[in-house]
Design a protein around this ligand. Structure first.
Ligand SMILES: [Zn+2]
Ligand SMILES: [Zn+2]
Length: 211
């Protein structure tokens, strides 16, 4: 059995939603369902997958704005983010209106996540790291066996997440990346919330915010 991943950029912000599934059991999850629920579900159908959950890294509109559309059609649990992002989820109607996105309803996830929690899809385990700074409740998902990190808006290729939103904290973000992500193996593949994939080794060497 092997973990498969398809990256599907959604919303005007081109946010990297990811469809992760096991190629034998066909069990699947979606990360960061920012919008375009129909398009995401058509990918699930295309590969004949059994969609089992949504995982969220944080509460921003481009990552969480499509959740209520999707759960209206599939009664699946929503895991994450950390509870400190509740104010972002409750503000979704206001922020989606402000940014000209389709109106999105507030919601409370089925399960809040904490540092050290474990999630699985089709027998593949991901560890949760809580890395505040971009938002206070931001989490990332790491699979050691698959050498894969779903990083949301914590770490980008040669950049890092903005910290100028309410609740942001630059020092926390830098500390979290250095203490929790830069201790992962260099070859770890990183899927950021926006833009190209990278690796931990590349970021250690070339990321101007972290040298
Ligand atoms: Zn964000
Ligand atoms: Zn984002």
């Amino acid at each position: 059995m092997a973990l498969q991943m398809k990256v599907i950029p959604v919303t005007p912000f081109q946010q990297n939603a990811a469809l992760l599934w096991d190629d034998v059991s066909k069990e699947a999850i979606l990360t960061d369902v920012g919008g375009e629920a129909e398009r995401l579900l058509s990918e699930v159908d295309k590969y004949q997958l059994k969609l089992q959950a949504i995982w969220l890294t944080h509460g921003h509109l481009d990552h969480a704005g499509g959740v209520t559309d999707l759960t209206a059609q599939h009664a699946i649990p929503v895991w994450g983010p950390h509870q400190a992002d509740d104010y972002w989820l409750q503000a979704l109607p206001e922020v989606t209106t402000n940014y000209g996105f389709p109106l999105s309803q507030p919601f409370t996830p089925t399960h809040w996540l904490q540092d050290g929690d474990k999630l699985t899809v089709g027998g593949h385990t991901f560890v949760v790291y809580h890395i505040p700074g971009h938002t206070p409740g931001h989490v990332v998902f790491y699979s050691q066996a698959n050498s894969l990190l779903i990083a949301g808006d914590v770490l980008f290729r040669e950049s890092i997440g903005r910290t100028d939103f309410p609740g942001g904290n630059h020092a926390d973000l830098i500390h979290g990346i250095q203490s929790k992500l830069f201790t992962l193996p260099d070859e770890t593949r990183v899927l950021p919330g926006h833009g190209f994939m990278t690796t931990i080794g590349h970021e250690k060497e070339y990321n101007p915010f972290l040298r």
